[in-house]
Design a protein around this ligand. Structure first.
Ligand code: PGA
Length: 256
């Protein structure tokens, strides 16, 4: 049984001050929740302060991106050891906004992923098709490519500990959530490929979470699907009440 995993991706929202205020309030609201892995991903500038504010709580911190070199002449980049030292335990890699706006490819996702693992950061690797790809019936091929190239070189043990976020690009920030059936189809497909390429143990333990217009009123339906292990939440994660509702409602009994 995989523990539900719910992460909030704040994207480019919240100053350091606002991020810390959220963290202080949120930790007290969710302090008695057990059985859900809870994560917030603030902008880089706030990672350190938010990690401090959440120390000894049941909420972990993720960064939203990572560069693959450890240090050097890479203006504007932030490395995995730097993120780790700032107090984050996880990092989002290959979000579709990074792919679309900042030139990320499956190959650079893979380099980032290997660097994150080397620094002991838990990766949350994002995959997902565009509307055009879905309409051309290419969803599963796109997922195959993103998973195969993105996860190249990982061991079965590393896959077992990984979080993959299936985020159909057409559902991100649009209010158009994938149906539970669409999500389950993609998640089950990803898991079957993991089984084929990395073995049963890796596939059974890897978390495959859904992202794209997750809200308090649709999380339970998504979570009831056997291969939906949690959520990566954007817009609805910047509000303490809304995000804590999602965390609470992620604990549903699964269909088998
Ligand atoms: P959304 O974003 O919940 O605002 O659709 C999800 C994401 O980009 O991770």
């Amino acid at each position: 049984m995989r523990t539900p995993f719910v992460a909030g991706n704040w994207k480019m929202y919240k100053t350091v001050h606002a991020a810390v205020a959220f963290a202080k309030e949120f930790r007290s609201v969710v302090k008695d929740i057990t059985g859900v892995e809870i994560v917030v991903a603030p902008p880089f500038l706030a990672v350190h302060a938010v990690a401090d504010a959440l120390r000894n709580s049941n909420v972990a911190v993720a960064a939203q991106d990572v560069y693959w070199e450890k240090e050097g002449t890479f203006t504007g980049a932030v490395s995995a050891p730097m993120i780790k030292e700032a107090g984050a335990e996880l990092v989002i890699i290959g979000h579709s906004e990074r792919r679309r706006l900042f030139g990320e490819t499956d190959q650079t996702v893979n380099r980032r992923l290997l660097a994150a693992l080397a620094a002991n950061l838990g990766p949350i690797v994002c995959v997902g098709e565009t509307l055009e790809e879905r309409e051309a019936n290419r969803t599963l091929d796109v997922l195959d490519r993103q998973v195969k190239v993105g996860l190249d070189g990982l061991t079965a043990e590393q896959i077992a500990d990984l979080v993959i976020a299936y985020e159909p690009v057409w559902a991100i920030g649009t209010g158009k959530v994938a149906t539970a059936v669409q999500a389950e189809e993609a998640h089950a497909h990803i898991r079957s490929r993991l089984r084929q390429w990395f073995g049963a143990n890796a596939a059974d333990h890897c978390h495959v979470v859904y992202g794209g217009s997750v809200k308090p009123d649709n999380i339970a339906e998504l979570m009831r699907e056997p291969d939906v292990d949690g959520a990566l939440v954007g817009g609805a994660s910047v509000d303490v009440r809304g995000f804590s509702d999602i965390v609470i409602r992620s604990q549903v009994s699964k269909r088998s």
